[in-house]
Design a protein around this ligand. Structure first.
Ligand code: C2E
Ligand code: MG
Ligand code: MG
Length: 702
C-alpha cells in the first residue's frame, strides 16, 4: 500500500517537474501555493514572486470577472475545462492561455493546468473571438448563432430532418441579480451555460444572446416526440437549484420553440418565433416550454398595429379622460371622481378603455399613457380646487407602469409643479394583479408614495386570487369592491354574503370601502344597510367629460330612499333578516315556475305548513324581543299566512286544471309577495330607528 502511494507521489512529482504545460496549485482564495517550471517559464515570474500573487493578478482586466466566476464554479462544482483568458506575464506582455481547473480531493486546493495558446489564436485573435463569442460564458454569440443556424438549416434540408430553435430565458433572473449582485448572477449564467452543454450533443449549438437569454439549436430530430423528451429534460436540468457557499437559489427557465421546416425556413423568423413562444411560456406561468403557434402570431401582429395606433392617438390628442363621481350615499356629498380613459377615434367614435388597454398594458406605451393620465388628473384637481371643489381624483395605474424602478422619481417630478393641496387629492387605483410581482416591493413603493401625500385604493377587490393577502400586505387607504359582486346582491344570496364578508374585512383592516357599480337605488339601500356608504356607479352618474362635472354636481341630489336609511344604523346581527327576505322571494319564484308549467311541487309539506318553508322557519324561530314588539312583525305573520293559503289554492287549481282560479291566485300571490316585502323593509327600518333611539337615550342618560 505504502509503495503504491509512494509510486504515485513520485509519478506526480516527475510529471509536475517535466510537464510541457504549466501546472500551478492555488488555495481557495486563488493565491499561488506552487507552480511547476513550465508555468514559471510561461509567465516569466520567479517562484518567490509568484507565491506572493494570486491567479487573478495575472489576469487581464477585461477577463477578471469571468475568471472570478470560473474559480467560484470550481470551488463548487469541482472542475472547469478549457477556460480561456488573457494572461499578463512578468514583462507586461499579454498571452492567451487555456486552463483546466480541478478542485483537489481535500477541497482546499485547486490544481490548474495552463496551456499557452497564443500561437493558436494568432490566426484567431482574441478580438476576433469576441466578435463571435460571448465574453462571459465563451459560448457562441448572436453573430455566430446566425452562421450556425444557417448551416443547421442546410444540414436539416440534406438530412430531411427536423431542426428545433429553442429560445431559453431564465425565470426571475433580474430579481436574483438585484438581490445577490452581478457576481452571483454571472456565476449562475456560467452554470446555466455548463448545464446546457451537458444536455446537448456535439452537433447542437448552445449560444448566449446576452443577459439571461440563451438559444439552443437541436438538429437531426427524429420527430416531435424526441423534441418533447429533450425539452422535458432541459427544463428539468435548468430547474435544479443553484448552490453557493451559503445559500440555495431556486432556478427555472421558460423555453419557446420554433421548428424548421414546420414553422419557418428563414433564420430571423425562426428566432423571432421561438422568442414569441418563449414569451408565451412566461405568460402562462413560467418553468415550461411552448411551441410557436401561428394563430398567436396573427394576434400579435394585430397587437403591434394597435399599439402603433394608440401611440399615435396619444400624440394626436385623441385620448380623453372621463370622470365618474364617487358619493357618500348617506350624506349626499360628492367626495371624489375616478378618471377613466377613452379614445375619441376620428372615425370609429368613442372607444372604451377595455377595447384597447389590455393589449397596450403589455408594452411600455402604457407608461406614457399612465403619465399623461396623472398629469391630466393633477391639472383637473387644481381646476376644481379653483372652483371651490376640493375633490379627490383617482387614476388607474397599470402593473407594468407602477412596478417600474423610476415610477416614484417620475411621479415626484410631476408633483413638483403643483401645490401640496393638489398632491393630497391624487389617488392611485391599483388592480390586485399589480402585486403579483414582488408584494414586498409594491408595499415599499406604496409607502414611499404615501409620504408625498398621494393615497391609494385597491381596485376590483375580490376578483383576484389573493385578495386577503393583498389586503394584509398592501397599505392602501381604500378598497373598491368589484362591481361584479355588487351587481347581483339583490338577487344572489351568495354575492350578498360575499359583500358582507368584504365589508367586515374592510372594517377589520380599517380601510375605507367604496362599492363600484351601484346601478340602482335598491343596490344603494342594501349597501348602506350593510355598512358601505361610499359608492360609484351608473345609479349615481355615468362617467362624463370634465367640463360637465361642475354642472352635474350642482344638480345632484341624493335619492330620498338613501336619505331615509341615512340615520338607520344597520348591524351585522340583522343580516339574517336580509337573508330571510331573499329566501322569501326565492320560494315564491320557485312555486310560480311549477305553476306556470302546470306541475305540482314535490314538497307539499312546505306549502301546507307555513312554518316549514325557510322564511316560516325564520319567522317562527324569531325570539328577538325587539322584533316581536313592532307592529310590522305581527302584520308580516298575517300576510305570510295568506301567502300559504294562496299557494295551497294554486296547487289545488293546478291539480284540477282550473285555469280561472290559477290566474286569479297567481295574481294574488304576487300582490301578497310585494306586500310582504314592503312590510319586511318597514320592520327593518322601525327596528333600527328604535335601536338608534335607544342608543341616543342611553347616551343622554349616561
Ligand atoms: P375600473 O377602474 O374598475 O373602472 C370602473 C369601470 O366600471 C369603468 O369602466 C366604469 O365606467 C364602469 N362602471 C362604473 N359604474 C358602473 C355601473 O354602475 N355599471 C357598469 N356596468 N359599469 C360601471 P370603463 O371606463 O370602461 O373602464 C374599464 C376599466 O379600464 C377600468 O376599470 C380600469 O381598470 C381600466 N381603465 C380605465 N381607465 C384607465 C386608465 O387611465 N389607465 C389604466 N391603466 N386603466 C384604465
Ligand atoms: Mg379603477
Ligand atoms: Mg374597479
Amino acid at each position: 500500500m505504502m509503495t503504491v502511494q509512494r509510486a504515485n507521489a513520485d509519478l506526480f512529482e516527475a510529471l509536475y517537474q517535466n510537464f510541457p504545460d504549466g501546472i500551478a496549485v492555488l488555495d481557495l482564495a486563488s493565491r499561488f501555493l506552487s507552480a511547476n517550471p513550465a508555468y514559471l517559464a510561461m509567465t516569466g515570474f520567479s517562484s518567490t514572486a509568484l507565491l506572493q500573487t494570486s491567479c487573478l493578478d495575472l489576469t487581464a482586466p477585461e477577463d477578471k470577472k469571468r475568471a472570478e466566476a470560473a474559480l467560484a464554479l470550481v470551488r463548487r462544482e469541482g472542475y472547469v475545462r478549457d477556460f480561456e483568458k488573457t494572461c499578463i506575464v512578468e514583462d507586461g506582455q499579454r498571452i492567451q492561455v487555456s486552463m483546466s481547473l480541478t478542485l483537489m480531493p481535500d477541497r482546499q486546493q485547486i490544481l490548474v493546468v495552463t496551456k499557452n495558446v497564443t500561437e493558436k489564436t494568432r490566426f484567431h485573435p482574441a478580438t476576433q473571438r469576441q466578435v463571435t463569442h460571448d465574453v462571459l460564458t465563451g459560448l457562441p454569440n448572436r453573430v455566430l448563432l446566425h452562421d450556425r443556424l444557417t448551416r443547421a438549416i442546410v444540414r436539416a434540408q440534406r438530412q430531411q430532418g427536423l431542426l428545433a430553435v429553442c429560445a431559453i430565458d431564465l425565470d426571475k433572473f433580474k430579481p436574483i441579480n438585484q438581490r445577490w449582485g452581478s457576481y452571483v448572477g454571472d456565476r449562475i449564467l456560467l452554470e446555466i451555460a455548463r448545464r446546457l452543454q451537458i444536455v446537448t450533443r456535439d452537433d447542437d449549438t448552445v449560444a448566449r444572446l446576452g443577459g439571461d437569454e440563451f438559444v439552443l439549436l437541436l438538429g437531426n430530430l427524429s420527430g416531435q416526440d424526441a423534441l418533447f423528451t429533450a425539452l422535458d429534460s432541459l427544463l428539468q436540468i435548468l430547474s435544479q437549484p443553484f448552490h453557493t457557499e451559503d445559500k440555495i437559489i431556486e432556478l427555472s427557465a421558460s423555453i419557446g420553440c420554433a421548428l424548421y421546416p414546420v414553422h419557418d425556413d428563414d433564420t430571423d423568423l425562426l428566432l423571432r418565433h421561438a422568442d414569441q413562444a418563449m414569451y408565451q411560456a412566461k405568460q402562462q406561468g413560467r418553468n415550461q416550454y411552448k411551441m410557436f403557434d401561428v394563430s398567436h402570431d396573427a394576434a400579435l401582429q394585430h397587437t403591434h398595429q394597435l399599439v402603433k395606433q394608440v401611440g399615435q392617438a396619444l400624440h394626436a390628442g385623441e385620448l380623453v379622460l372621463f370622470y365618474q363621481p364617487k358619493v357618500n350615499m348617506r350624506t349626499g356629498e360628492v367626495f371624489g371622481l375616478e378618471a377613466l380613459l377613452r379614445w375619441q377615434h376620428p372615425s370609429k367614435g368613442m372607444i372604451p378603455p377595455l377595447d384597447f388597454l389590455p393589449q397596450i398594458e403589455q408594452t411600455d406605451l402604457i407608461v406614457d399613457i399612465g403619465e399623461w393620465v396623472i398629469e391630466q388628473a393633477l391639472q383637473q384637481i387644481a381646476v376644481w380646487q379653483a372652483a371651490g371643489k376640493d375633490w379627490s381624483v383617482s387614476v388607474n395605474i397599470a402593473a407594468r407602469h407602477f412596478q417600474r424602478a423610476d415610477f416614484l422619481l417620475r411621479l415626484q417630478t410631476m408633483l413638483a409643479s403643483c401645490p401640496k393641496s393638489v398632491h393630497e387629492r391624487l389617488e392611485i387605483e391599483l388592480l390586485e394583479s399589480v402585486a403579483l410581482g414582488d408584494i414586498e416591493q409594491v408595499n415599499q413603493q406604496i409607502r414611499a408614495i404615501q409620504v408625498l401625500g398621494v393615497s391609494f385604493s385597491l381596485d376590483d377587490f375580490g376578483t383576484g386570487y389573493s385578495s386577503l393577502s393583498y389586503l394584509k400586505h398592501l397599505p392602501t387607504e381604500t378598497i373598491k369592491i368589484d362591481r361584479t359582486f355588487v351587481r347581483d346582491i339583490l338577487e344572489d344570496k351568495n354575492d350578498l354574503a360575499l359583500i358582507e364578508a368584504i365589508i367586515g374585512m374592510g372594517r377589520a383592516f380599517n380601510r375605507k370601502l367604496v362599492a363600484e357599480g351601484v346601478e340602482t337605488v335598491a343596490h344603494g339601500v342594501l349597501l348602506i344597510r350593510l355598512g358601505c356608504e361610499l359608492a360609484q356607479g351608473y345609479g349615481i352618474s355615468k362617467p362624463m367629460p370634465a367640463t360637465q362635472v361642475l354642472d352635474w354636481a350642482v344638480h345632484y341630489q341624493v335619492d330620498p330612499l338613501w336619505q331615509k336609511w341615512a340615520d338607520v344604523r344597520w348591524e351585522i346581527s340583522d343580516f339574517p333578516l336580509v337573508l330571510a327576505q331573499y329566501d322569501y322571494i326565492e320560494w315564491v319564484n320557485r312555486l310560480l315556475v311549477f305553476v306556470d308549467a302546470r306541475q305540482i311541487p314535490e314538497d307539499h309539506a312546505e306549502i301546507d305548513n307555513e312554518y316549514r318553508c325557510r322564511f316560516g322557519q325564520w319567522y317562527g324561530a324569531q325570539r328577538n324581543v325587539l322584533y316581536r314588539q313592532l307592529p310590522e312583525f305581527a302584520a308580516i305573520g298575517e300576510v305570510h299566512h295568506q301567502v300559504h293559503d294562496c299557494a295551497k289554492q294554486l296547487v289545488d287549481a293546478v291539480t284540477q286544471q282550473d285555469e280561472r282560479v290559477i290566474r286569479a291566485q297567481r295574481k294574488r300571490l304576487l300582490t301578497l309577495k310585494s306586500r310582504l316585502l314592503v312590510l319586511l323593509e318597514a320592520l327593518q327600518f322601525s327596528l333600527r330607528s328604535a335601536c338608534s333611539q335607544c342608543d341616543r337615550l342611553s347616551a343622554q342618560t349616561s
